[in-house]
Ligand binder design. Structure first.
Ligand SMILES: [Cu+2]
Length: 289
């Protein structure tokens, strides 16, 4: 009898105190009205907004040498940008809580006593289901986007079909890529086996790479075109790309392969079909079909 009488009295006397009532919206409003929550939210919004230009700047700096120079690289960059943007709020809230815990928590403001403990979230359904729901949606989005992009990139890189079996209207050019400590060599089997240490290719024509190594494992990386595949001794790996931008771009080795790994680099020159034909003739091969 006495407990029943006391409860409403206690509520009337201390309306500010969170009660045991299962009223989530009241608890949420009460939580949002606390000064430290407002500070945390402010830092969170500022950090989230700061990540957007940072993501743009990273891609801009990456592209100073001319990327994207193929549809594959365009898709890769778009994925990096979208993933950065959608995960920015999660990154920001983690950094905010860390920063506030390190720097702001337990500070004494004037006469206020320091806070003894953090607020409990475990009995707040809005916080619990909101967090589970938001992170599940985010994870599902990343998985679906990733699978769709993977399929598109596989298609743009000519999949796993060799050049002479491609359904493309324009015939692909086969290029045999050989890595060895510490140079790249390119052979054009259909252009009378012209061999070069610089990759010269015509624009808008699909390329099909047969990649191997003479010694250790290397990695054939055509930076601005978004091509990266292992070069293994005794095996051939295949990938392809269609360059869609004229210019000179970078080829590097992306697998630590010994003393001069860092200097194992050359260039890809994307030229017009006429320039390519002239180059092949100059190198001693015949005109491409
Ligand atoms: Cu290497």
């Amino acid at each position: 009898m006495s407990t029943v009488d006391e409860r409403p009295t206690a509520q009337a006397d201390e309306p500010e105190e969170p009660t045991n009532r299962p009223d989530s919206s009241y608890r949420l409003r009460e939580w949002l009205s606390r000064p430290y929550v407002r500070h945390i939210l402010l830092i969170f919004v500022i950090l989230t907004l700061a990540i957007f230009p940072a993501a743009w700047l990273v891609i801009h700096l990456m592209n100073m040498s001319g990327a994207p120079a193929s549809a594959v690289m365009y898709e890769i960059e778009r994925t990096m940008f979208v993933f950065t943007i959608v995960s920015a709020p999660i990154m920001a809230i983690t950094a905010t809580v860390m920063l506030y815990s390190l720097l702001g928590w337990g500070r004494v403001h004037g006469e206020e006593p320091p806070m003894q403990e953090s607020p409990a979230l475990r009995s707040n359904p809005i916080a619990i289901y909101g967090w589970i729901g938001a992170t599940s949606l985010l994870a599902a989005f990343l998985v679906i986007w990733g699978l769709v992009e993977l399929a598109r990139i596989t298609e743009f890189s000519n999949g796993t079909t060799s050049a002479n079996q491609q359904p493309n209207t324009r015939k692909a050019i086969d290029i045999n890529v050989t890595g060895q400590q510490w140079v790249w060599t390119f052979e054009y089997p259909d252009q009378q086996k012209v061999t070069s240490d610089v990759l010269v290719v015509p624009i808008d024509v699909p390329l099909y790479f047969n990649v191997t190594s003479k010694d250790v494992i290397h990695n054939f990386w055509v930076v601005e075109l978004g091509v990266k595949i292992d070069a293994n001794p005794g095996a051939i790996t295949n990938t392809g790309v269609t360059p869609n931008k004229l210019g000179t771009f970078n080829i590097r080795c992306a697998e630590l392969c010994g003393l001069h790994h860092a200097y194992m680099e050359t260039q890809i020159k994307v030229v017009t079909q006429e320039q390519f034909d002239a180059w092949v003739r100059e190198m001693g091969g015949k005109r491409t079909v």
